[in-house]
Structure formats: structure tokens, C-alpha cells
Write a protein that binds this ligand. Structure first.
Ligand SMILES: NC(=O)c1ccc[n+]([C@@H]2O[C@H](COP(=O)([O-])OP(=O)(O)OC[C@H]3O[C@@H](n4cnc5c(N)ncnc54)[C@H](O)[C@@H]3O)[C@@H](O)[C@H]2O)c1
Length: 438
């Protein structure tokens, strides 16, 4: 394929070297003449393992040319990969100066090109940038429409400095955000041979997932480092601890707990997080990330409260009360806290949970609910129908297909349902279903 690459920093230079190594004709474009001269003479503009030899090899192959002329690069290629920098502005926002200028240049180049050109943004871009910011610029400058006269798409880059050639050849996956099949097919032709999944998605999801990946990596590092600080203070070996933690591939290093939902609760997570924060305080160890988890969880609960209050309705039915479907454990259930808050705001509550029977509650579970919802006896009903009928808002906090089916059939068009479990299918519902954060 004939490819132009805009921006020859770490991402662009490594892509140029690897794509030309794989037999493609590559035109490198940068505003920095020094980088272009280095590449033209077979030298690497970035310090990266393997790049010295690879650049010498690909320059000798004759498949690499360089230019500062965007028009020429677009004219002489079928696809452009955009890898210019998107650094932080002083206020923390993304400085899009380089990519905005380049979008205008690409638009002008596309204006004079007969064949539909494919532009693949590979720079990390805040969600919405391609569709709401860059597309209007390219359309205005070219006088053509995305999907007709040219194709824009977004493909996040996952290589890491220091191992970038190896990462190029073995990425975790290829993700392509595209609104049309043609650019995705061109990228499949370029990257489909790599030993990983090729995933096509929406442009916005592709933009957002890149941030999620980096945030998750930062979160993991900070988790290990906060754990190490606390371990040191306690005389525990942090490497041994984290190694053991990583050996659980069922709950720890897995998809478990990574699906959005309602706030967490129960008899373990909140109390153990509190104890961890306290332990850190006693030992003068700062663990700001771990200490921020419970406040963040509280924000999630407050969001549910806000959504219910925003309906303006005050007759509320709870379907589900325990902290998890299938148990009667009410200790630190976020639904109990939510109920408490709603009662405090003057709402009229009725509650149904197939697992919760007052007479059967014992010990710590019983004393918790007596402390937090002392009048639970008057609110708890033995059947779902008794709570749903006569309620304005139904808070769905139980993830049982059988119960969900029955509630869906019982709810009527005038009712609002706050979905805390992420319903898979809203079509059987006549009621107005609102998700918590979806
Ligand atoms: N560095 C990484 O490991 C990495 C990994 C994944 C994603 N990313 C993302 O990829 C993007 C590029 O990162 P980088 O580290 O390679 O950046 P970089 O700063 O090393 O290089 C950017 C290059 O773009 C050039 N440039 C600026 N304006 C230009 C224009 N109008 N035309 C042509 N070239 C222009 C600059 O001269 C520079 O050489 C960023 O959005 C970054 O967030 C980087």
C-alpha cells in the first residue's frame, strides 16, 4: 500500500519503519526538517530498541521517502496515518493545535485529489474530536463529504516507548473506530495479519477506550505502589503480596468487577477499605487513591438519588434491597443507604426483595437493618406486585432474569424505572426506563 505518515515522533517513526519493513511504500511527513533528514539518511529520529538497524534497512530498500509537503504526500498515497503530538495545555486540557492545523492542510490536499483518500487519526484524541472537530474542518477545506469524497477514522495506538517495535508486531489488539466499511477494510489489509483481534467500533468508543486503557494502566501502577508503601510500613514484602494478588486470575486479573453498574457494598469491601485507610493513617502513609475509593462509590450512589429526585415523583418502589442478587445480606447495601436517603427526603417507600424476610434476619445483618431502616417492617412487602402497583418510580436493583421479566410485565406506561442492573433488553418495558450511567 502507499501510505503517508504525518508526525514522525515515537509513534510515527516506528510505524514508518515497520510498515516499510513489511513491504509498503511510505512517505514520512513532519514540520521538523531535522527528523526528515535523519530518516532520509537511514537514521532514526527516536531512541528505540531495534530502530537503528531497522531504519538503515528500510532506507536502503528505497521504500521510504520524506517531505514537508502535505499536498504531495496525500496525492502520492492512498491512506494517511496521523501521528502528530497532542500534549497537555497548561490547564490540563488537550492541546490540539498541531492536529487542527494538520486537518486544514489535509482538507486542502483532499480538495485536489480525485480518488477518495483515507485519513486515520492515530494520535490520542479526546472523545468527539474526530467527528465534531476534525471532520468539519476537513469537509470545509476540501468541499467534500466524509464517507464520499474521503474517509476519516480513528485507530488508537498502543505501543510503549522502549519496546515499540515489539509492541507494533504484537499489540494487545487492533481497534478501529470507523463509520464506514471501506476505511476499516483498508486498515484490516494493513494490520489484519498481526497476531491479535481486529475490532471495529464507533469512532467515539475508539477515542474513549484509549483514555480508559491509559487510565487503567496508571491505576494499576498506583495500586501496586500504594500497596508497596503500606507494605513497607507494615514490614511486609510488597513483591510477594502483589505476586500473590496477580495469581488470582478469577477475580483479580480478569474481567471480574469491570462492568459498570451500581455502587458496591456488602459486608467486606467497605469495611476493609476503611481499615486499610486507617492503617495507612496510623503509619503515616499516604494512600490517596485507595482512600478516594469510598468517596467515589458514594458519588455513584448520590447519582441514583439525584436521578430519582429529578423525576419529581415521591412514591418509590424498590425491587431488591440486599447488597447483591441472591443473598439476604443487607450490611452496607447501597440500596439500604439509598432507601435511607429517600426516606429522609420525604419519599414514600415500599420494598420487595425475594431473599429478604424480616423474620429470618439474624445477628449483624438484623442489627444493621434495624439501625438504618428501623421501619423496614412497614415498607417490606411479600410480593413484587404489591410494591410496583401504586409506585411512580421503580428502582430496579436485582439482577434476576425471572424477577426482571415479571417487573417488566407489571410496570405500566406512566411509571419510571431506574435501572441499576443494566437491562439487556428494554423492549418488553412499557414504563420509561432510565439507566444509572448508561
Ligand atoms: N509515545 C508513545 O508511546 C505513544 C503511544 C501511544 C499513543 N501516543 C500518542 O500518539 C501521538 C504522537 O505521540 P508521539 O510521542 O509520537 O509524539 P511526538 O511529540 O514524539 O511527535 C509528534 C511529531 O509530530 C510532528 N508534527 C507536529 N505538527 C505537524 C504537522 N502539522 N505535520 C506533520 N508533523 C507534525 C512534530 O514535529 C513531531 O515530530 C500523541 O497523540 C500521543 O498521545 C503516543
Amino acid at each position: 500500500m502507499k501510505i503517508s505518515i504525518f508526525g514522525l515522533g515515537y509513534v510515527g517513526a516506528v510505524s514508518l519503519a515497520c510498515l516499510s519493513r513489511d513491504g509498503h511504500q511510505v512517505i514520512g511527513v513532519d514540520i521538523d526538517r531535522t527528523k526528515l533528514d535523519l530518516i532520509a539518511s537511514g537514521k532514526t529520529p527516536v531512541v528505540e530498541e531495534g530502530m537503528v538497524d531497522l531504519m538503515a534497512q528500510v532506507a536502503a530498500s528505497g521504500r521510504v521517502t520524506v517531505t514537508t509537503d502535505a499536498q504531495q504526500a496525500v496525492r502520492d498515497s492512498e491512506i494517511s496515518l496521523v501521528c502528530v503530538g497532542t500534549p497537555s495545555a497548561p490547564n490540563g486540557s488537550q492541546d490540539q493545535g498541531a492536529i487542527l492545523r494538520l486537518a486544514a492542510e489535509l482538507g486542502q490536499a483532499i480538495k485536489t485529489k480525485a480518488e477518495p483518500h483515507v485519513v486515520v487519526f492515530r494520535s490520542t484524541l479526546v472523545p468527539g474530536t474526530v467527528e465534531d472537530v476534525l471532520r468539519p474542518i476537513v469537509e470545509a477545506e476540501s468541499g467534500k463529504k466524509d464517507g464520499v469524497g474521503f474517509f476519516l477514522c480513528f485507530q488508537p495506538e498502543f505501543l510503549r516507548e522502549g519496546s515499540s517495535i515489539r509492541d507494533y508486531d504484537k499489540p494487545p489488539f487492533t481497534v478501529v473506530g470507523a463509520n464506514h466499511d471501506y476505511p476499516a477494510a483498508r486498515l484490516q489489509a494493513l494490520f489484519g495479519h498481526l497476531p491479535c483481534k481486529f475490532l471495529k467500533t464507533s469512532v467515539r468508543s475508539a477515542e474513549m477506550m484509549k483514555y480508559c486503557c491509559n487510565n487503567f494502566h496508571a491505576l494499576k501502577i498506583t495500586f501496586a505502589n500504594e500497596t508497596a508503601r503500606l507494605c513497607e510500613a507494615l514490614g511486609v514484602d510488597p513483591f510477594e503480596v502483589m505476586d500473590l494478588v496477580c495469581q488470582d486470575t478469577q477475580l483479580n486479573i480478569s474481567r471480574a468487577y469491570l462492568k459498570p453498574g451500581f455502587a458496591f457494598g456488602g459486608s467486606c469491601l467497605p469495611k476493609d477499605l476503611r481499615a486499610t485507610s486507617y492503617l495507612a493513617k496510623v503509619h503515616d502513609v499516604e494512600v490517596p487513591m485507595l482512600s478516594a475509593i469510598l468517596p467515589s462509590n458514594r458519588q455513584h450512589l448520590d447519582l441514583a438519588l439525584h436521578k430519582i429526585m429529578a423525576t419529581g415523583k415521591r412514591r418509590i418502589a424498590f425491587v431488591g434491597l440486599s447488597f447483591k442478587t441472591g443473598t439476604d445480606d443487607l450490611r452496607e447495601s447501597p440500596l439500604v443507604t439509598l432507601a435511607e436517603q429517600l426516606i429522609g427526603k420525604g419519599c414514600q417507600l415500599s420494598i420487595y426483595d425475594p431473599e429478604v424476610h424480616l423474620a429470618k434476619l439474624l445477628g449483624a445483618n438484623k442489627s444493621f437493618i434495624e439501625r438504618h431502616l428501623p421501619h423496614i417492617g412497614q415498607m417490606l412487602r411479600p410480593t413484587m406486585e404489591e410494591v410496583v402497583d401504586g409506585a411512580d418510580v421503580v428502582v430496579l436493583g436485582i439482577n434476576s432474569a425471572e424477577v426482571i421479566d415479571a417487573v417488566a410485565r407489571r410496570c405500566t406506561a406512566g411509571q419510571t424505572v431506574l435501572d441499576l442492573v443494566k437491562l439487556t433488553d428494554r423492549s418488553p418495558w412499557q414504563a420509561a426506563v432510565q439507566g444509572l450511567a448508561w
